[in-house]
Design a protein around this ligand. Structure first.
Ligand code: C5P
Length: 331
């Protein structure tokens, strides 16, 4: 029986990039908070006996259909680890932008892993799941947790955080594909102080990383403190609002904005347009080009999306997805 898996998107709430000197590989040390959201692609999987191989089907020409596809790379490893033969067909029904900063390719790959387990009625060991995910890309492991997730290392070391309450939001998806490796290279060109003698020094960048940890800590903890002391309900909209106020106060930011907005100034304009619609917090997600904004209610988010679309900015209203909702809705 074929299986169908929802492959949810993520946003980054703050993303700090450390100096290249902090690691011995080609990667940058990161600090970020990932949050899964309700927008999703759908992955359909089928297995037939008699032949072997992996076939990727997708109507979107921007999605590779060969062995470079993250779904292919995960499927190959999962089939090998589970010692399974047969012809696997992976159909990707695309709704999410490609190279949009919503982690769609990574999410598709993890959905493929979950789907193969369901198809074969076999489970991978938890450590094999994590190993395969981290091998294929830095943004995959977060989708093995879902909800609100702390990401460190190259982004692949993930830790579940207490889930944020549901937050209504708008996601704007300008038709621009941003290359993540190029965005990192642009960051090094501008801020890789120790290497090119300009920008930030290694110790400045390292202390920024440390500041991120304390900002996340005060954001998450300061809120429960202010909510408790001000008598704000621990559930529902009030708590979401209190969390957002704290988030804005910490000034948590996405470092990629500093290079991506220079390269694509129209993305800065989209962020401003979201803010003008009354968003309490707006940001680039990952290296973009997606921008998102949080709103106080579903109606406000819907109205903002409508207004942005009227200005030719493709946008849709959605909501954040808790860990429990993520796993409940995935298959
Ligand atoms: O892990 P992933 O395949 O997403 O990374 C793609 C590229 O992005 C890497 O080859 C690297 O150039 C860059 N990258 C980085 N630091 C990270 C994550 C990715 O420099 N933390």
């Amino acid at each position: 029986m074929p299986v169908s898996v929802r492959s949810f998107a993520k946003i980054n709430i703050g993303l700090y990039i450390g100096p290249p000197e902090m690691r011995e590989d080609e990667f940058h040390e990161l600090r970020t908070v990932y949050q899964t959201i309700a927008l999703h692609d759908t992955i359909k999987l089928g297995l037939t006996n008699g032949s072997t191989g992996i076939e990727i089907k997708c109507r979107n020409p921007r999605v590779p259909q060969d062995e470079s596809n993250t779904c292919y790379r995960v499927a190959e490893r999962v089939m090998k680890t589970l010692k399974t033969r047969g012809k696997l067909t992976i159909t990707i029904e695309k709704q999410l932008p490609v190279k949009g900063g919503l982690g769609a390719g990574s999410s598709n790959a993890v959905a493929t892993m979950v789907g193969i387990e369901k198809l074969l009625k076999k489970r991978l060991e938890p450590l094999d799941r994590l190993r395969i995910a981290a091998e294929v890309g830095s943004d995959l492991p977060l989708f093995l947790i879902g909800g609100t997730v702390l990401g460190i290392g190259r982004g692949e070391q993930v830790f579940p955080l207490p889930d944020l309450p549901p937050i209504n939001m708008v996601v704007a998806t300008p038709d621009i594909g941003v290359s993540t490796p190029k965005a990192f290279a642009a960051w090094d060109g501008l801020f890789g102080g120790a290497k090119n003698g300009s920008g930030l020094t290694v110790s400045e960048q390292t202390s920024t990383l440390n500041r991120f940890s304390s900002e996340v800590y005060s954001w998450l903890n300061g809120t429960s403190f202010s909510a408790a002391t001000s008598g704000v309900s621990a559930r529902g909209g009030n708590r979401a609002e209190a969390l957002l106020l704290d988030l804005v106060r910490t000034g948590i930011e996405n470092d990629f904005e500093r290079v991506v907005f220079t390269q694509f100034p129209e993305l800065r304009d989209v962020k401003r347009a979201i803010e003008r619609e009354g968003s309490s917090y707006a940001s680039l997600s990952g290296s973009g080009s997606t921008l998102y904004g949080f709103f106080g209610s579903k109606a406000e988010a819907a109205k903002a999306a409508e207004n942005l679309n009227a200005k030719d900015i493709p946008a849709q209203a959605t909501v954040t997805l808790s860990r429990e909702e993520y796993w409940k809705s995935i298959v």
